[in-house]
Ligand binder design. Structure first.
Ligand code: SF4
Ligand code: SF4
Length: 157
């Protein structure tokens, strides 16, 4: 039974579709993995992450440099919504939106659990300071930059 003095947090009680805009935005852990360039194997359909990032991504802050206008600047940037998160199979396994849409709990390093936006970086679960810009990279160069990231398929501790 839940102690009324310590009610459950919103992400444990509200479906994604019922969250306020602020609650929804607060879920993003700032991992930066969804801003990586991904390559799809045409034969298998398998999606591979690289260590190259979207031109609008800031590696040092691990954030989009123009979040409000991101879709206007990068037309193929995907705006996450409760209605599309389940269909986006390439979203990182550690992504808070993906986890909640699958009925899982937020990881122990998530800032809503720790109270610190730094905890994801300290846990090694973000791509901060570990990527290069996509700009100027050929397809062949991108192929050579396929990278396994912590928490994602193929990664082993
Ligand atoms: S993968 Fe999910 S949690 Fe990580 S930055 Fe993208 S939207 Fe935020
Ligand atoms: S436009 Fe911004 S949010 Fe979209 S992929 Fe690029 S860096 Fe990420």
């Amino acid at each position: 039974m839940t102690d009324p003095q310590f009610p459950k947090p919103f992400w444990q009680t509200k479906p994604l579709a019922d969250m306020s805009a602020d609650e929804w935005e607060s879920l993003c852990d700032g991992c930066g993995k969804c801003c990586l360039i991904r390559l799809e194997d045409e034969e298998t359909g398998e999606v591979h992450n690289t260590d190259a990032h979207c031109k609008l991504f800031d590696s040092g802050s691990c954030e989009c440099k123009d979040y409000v206008n991101r879709k206007a600047v990068v037309s193929d940037c995907v705006i996450l919504k409760p209605a599309n998160i389940k269909a986006l199979k390439w979203m990182p396994r550690s992504c808070a939106y993906r986890l909640l849409s699958e009925g899982a709990e937020l990881p122990e390093w998530h800032h809503l659990r720790t109270g610190s936006r730094d905890s994801i970086h300290e846990a090694g679960m973000s791509v901060r300071n570990a990527t290069v810009t996509e700009e100027g990279l050929s397809e062949a160069a991108l192929l050579s930059r396929i990278t396994l990231w912590p928490g994602e398929p193929g990664w082993e501790d």
